[in-house]
Structures are given as structure tokens and as C-alpha cells.
Ligand binder design. Structure first.
Ligand code: SAM
Length: 280
């Protein structure tokens, strides 16, 4: 996703969400090819999976928001959980449905085209966990529009694990070495950043963990936070690990060492945040 000065639909407008749905539908066809043979992205997804697996009870009922092509949904269903995968983009939903036809997962996996702003339309539930991976929630300006819908969907003590892009990404700050302020501070632009996805342009928003926790209110208790790809390159730098294997391994070691410590856990290409619904 790159910054550019263009006019696009305001977040909250039907035009904004049409562009998001069109862009990601277009992207669905090539989405998994990009992540194949991408050591750093594979590592990032494995880190998210380890974080989530460590908090999930066996045979959990999981609602996945912005499920994309269903990579995590299928894996979770194969591990014995029951997953309801939702996404806004028809192309992404079609990709999950195609996989479901041959996966043989029975009723452990269901799919529904549904925006995370319309969760009152979710056709099943309640859930033990609500999961969102890799920045789908960075498309909305006001996360409170999503969090206020969760209480009706989660069981008491339910888990939320969200993977979101923060405003501070130390790798991008390294661009200052070549005087590239645009890249270094792009996530800090007031009013968000224009993303280019599948030929569509729409605004995206970056959130600190504190802002995300604040959007949940006092009924949710944060239980785990870690930064993801702080010094290792972000997901869009596919070539780095192949071209600079020694540097890549060193940066990953640095990430692994620092990612759970303050203030580093607040930074990165993404952060992984888990909260527990307090109501008992
Ligand atoms: C970067 S992809 C991540 C997909 C998947 N979670 C993964 O880990 O591969 C972002 C996803 O968010 C979805 N998305 C964006 N806005 C959404 C909304 N309002 N409701 C549901 N899904 C949305 C997009 O269609 C896209 O599939």
C-alpha cells in the first residue's frame, strides 16, 4: 500500500466500501501467489498463529472478520475449531467457497459475505473468539463501529485477537538514511493514507494499541500484545529475505528478542493484540 494524493470515497461512504470490496476482490486472484515463497510473511503468519493458538481453548467457535482467501480459517478448522469466515469482498468469499468444496471440513467451516460493520447480520453464534488478521480493520476510521457489535456475539470470557497496522514501523523509519521522509512518516499522516489495492484507491488508517484497546471500553481486558516485523522488513518487501539472507536472519533475531517488550511491542508492520471479554 503506497501513499498518493488522490481523491477517493470518504470512509463511511458507500463509495469507500465499494472501492475496498472491488480492490480486494480483484486482488483475490493473485493474493496467495504473492505470499508464496515469502519467508518473512510466512514467519509473520506463523507468529500470529502461535499467539492465537496459545490463547484458544480446544474446539472453540471462532468468528473470523476480513478472512481474505481463508488461509487462517481453513487451518483453524483443520485443528478442530468451528470457524465462521466473513469478508466484504465477493472475490475473497468466492476463494474461500472454492476451497471449502474440496477441504472436507463439513460444518467446521462456514462462510458469509458480511462487513465487520454489519455484524448484527452474522447468521450463527455465539462465539468463543473473534479473530482478524493482517490489517483488514485498518480500512475503517472508527474501530468503535466494530467493537460495539462484539458484545452480542461473544460468550462471557470470550477472546478477541486482532492484527492491526500501527503508525510506527521502525523498518520504514530506516528510509530516513536516504532522506526519504515520505516513507518514514507516511503512517502518521492525519486523515489516513491512500492504499492502492487491485487497481482501487481507498483510505486506510493506522492505530496504536492504546487506541484499539480504548475502542473496546472497560468490558474488555487486554491480555497480550506483541509487535510484528519491527526491524525485519514489512510484508510488501518480498525480495529482502532472498537477497540479504544474513541481514534478514539478524533482523528477525532482533525482532524476536524485542517484540514483547515495551515500547517495541507497540510498533512494527503490524501488532498482535488479544483481549478478554470480562463479563462472566
Ligand atoms: C490484507 S487482507 C487480509 C486477509 C486475511 N485476513 C489474511 O490474513 O490473509 C484484508 C481483508 O480485509 C477485507 N475487508 C476490508 N474491509 C472489510 C470490511 N468492512 N468487512 C469485512 N472485510 C473487510 C478485505 O476484503 C480483505 O480480504
Amino acid at each position: 500500500m503506497r501513499a498518493e494524493e488522490i481523491t477517493t470515497g470518504r470512509e463511511g461512504s458507500a463509495e469507500h466500501w465499494r472501492l475496498v470490496a472491488d480492490g480486494f476482490s480483484q486482488k483475490a486472484l493473485e493474493y496467495e501467489a504473492f505470499w508464496t515463497d515469502h519467508p518473512n510473511f510466512t514467519r509473520m503468519r506463523e507468529r500470529v498463529q502461535a499467539h492465537f493458538d496459545g490463547l484458544l481453548a480446544p474446539a472453540s467457535r471462532i468468528l473470523e472478520l476480513n478472512a481474505g482467501t481463508g488461509i487462517d480459517a481453513l487451518r483453524l478448522a483443520r485443528r478442530g475449531h468451528r470457524v465462521h469466515a466473513t469478508d466484504l469482498a465477493p472475490g475473497m468469499i468466492a476463494a474461500i467457497e472454492a476451497k471449502m468444496r474440496t477441504a472436507g471440513l463439513g460444518d467446521r467451516l462456514s462462510v458469509q459475505r458480511c462487513s465487520y460493520l454489519d455484524l448484527e447480520l452474522v447468521s450463527v453464534g455465539p462465539f468463543d473468539a473473534v479473530f482478524s488478521n493482517f490489517g483488514g480493520l485498518n480500512c475503517v476510521e472508527d474501530l468503535g463501529r466494530v467493537t460495539r457489535l462484539l458484545k452480542k456475539l461473544l460468550v462471557p470470557g470470550g477472546l478477541v485477537t486482532w492484527v492491526i497496522m500501527p503508525p510506527i514501523c521502525p523498518w520504514e523509519w530506516l528510509a530516513l538514511r536516504r532522506g526519504d521522509w515520505g516513507t518514514a512518516v507516511r503512517r502518521l499522516r492525519p486523515g489516513g493514507v491512500i492504499a492502492h489495492v487491485g487497481g482501487a484507491h481507498f483510505r486506510t488508517y493506522y492505530f496504536t494499541p492504546r487506541q484499539v484497546i480504548g475502542s473496546f471500553g472497560s468490558e474488555f481486558r487486554p491480555i497480550k500484545l506483541e509487535g510484528l516485523s519491527l526491524f525485519a522488513p514489512p510484508g510488501d518487501r518480498k525480495e529482502f529475505a532472498h537477497r540479504h539472507p544474513h541481514w534478514y536472519r539478524t533482523l528477525v533475531r532482533l525482532d524476536d528478542w524485542l517484540c514483547t517488550l515495551p515500547p517495541f511491542r507497540n510498533w512494527g508492520d503490524f501488532f498482535i493484540l488479544s483481549l478478554r471479554y470480562r463479563r462472566t
